[in-house]
Design a protein around this ligand. Structure first.
Ligand code: G6P
Ligand code: MG
Length: 214
């Protein structure tokens, strides 16, 4: 049934969450928000940089102009990119590496569907720069998750219908996007028990069971 898999990147293939959190927290402190927590950061999963900033600014009493917002987002990204320099191919877990290679050998199309504009850089650092059949990221979409655009575009580019693809996600926004696009979803971490998640993934290797059993 599943001829293609569309993977979210952050929180699925690699763990960039702590870097996003650290970079956003530094921005928060600069504008006197001292109660930015991992829980707030969790709500930023899967949503674009500017929408993530809005989530952070909910905690401020001040109003910010569009220009100020762009400066803050840009500052965050500069800090975040410095932190991404810590990533290398050892950050790709054996579990993920084995699953990707096994699926590839079985002829399954493999795509990335990410909201991040840094997806290319992260894939490069993980040693996956040329691995995927298709990469659709924050640079090639107009609406970020929970809008299904990123996944629909990826499915179209690998030449498959949504019903033939599995979406792998760690974010509520991503499960919503997959569901809205007509995809079955596999959920990692916090979204394992989310009601709209089709398959909970306790560990990454279970993807192979799902794909080969269906
Ligand atoms: C991923 C992360 C989000 C982040 C978004 C944009 O979806 O889960 O937390 O806001 O990418 O990332 P970027 O690298 O473009 O700032
Ligand atoms: Mg994610």
């Amino acid at each position: 049934k599943y001829l293609g898999i569309i993977f979210d990147l952050d929180g699925v293939l690699c763990s960039t969450d702590e870097y996003h959190y650290e970079a956003w927290k530094a921005i928060a402190e600069e504008i006197d928000i001292n109660n930015f927590t991992p829980k707030d950061n969790n709500r930023q999963r899967g949503v674009s940089r500017m929408e993530s900033l809005e989530i952070l600014l909910e905690k401020s009493e001040r109003k910010f102009t569009d220009k100020e917002k762009l400066i803050l987002a840009d500052k965050k990204n500069q800090r975040y990119k410095e932190l991404l320099n810590n990533i290398n191919s050892f950050d790709l877990s054996d579990e993920v590496r084995v699953a990707l290679n096994t699926l590839r050998k079985a002829g399954i199309k493999l795509a990335i569907g990410s909201s991040s504009k840094n997806a290319g850089l992260i894939l490069e650092r993980l040693g996956l720069g040329n691995f995927f059949d298709v990469v659709v990221d924050g640079n090639s979409i107009t609406k970020s998750k929970p809008n299904p655009e990123v996944f629909l575009k990826a499915a179209q580019m690998i030449g498959l219908q949504p019903s033939q693809c599995l979406v792998v996600e760690d974010a509520i926004s991503g499960i919503e996007a997959g569901t809205a696009g007509g995809f079955d979803t596999a959920g990692i971490g916090g979204v394992m028990s989310y009601p709209k998640t089709t398959y909970p993934l306790r560990d990454f290797s279970q993807i192979m069971n799902i794909v080969f059993a269906n």
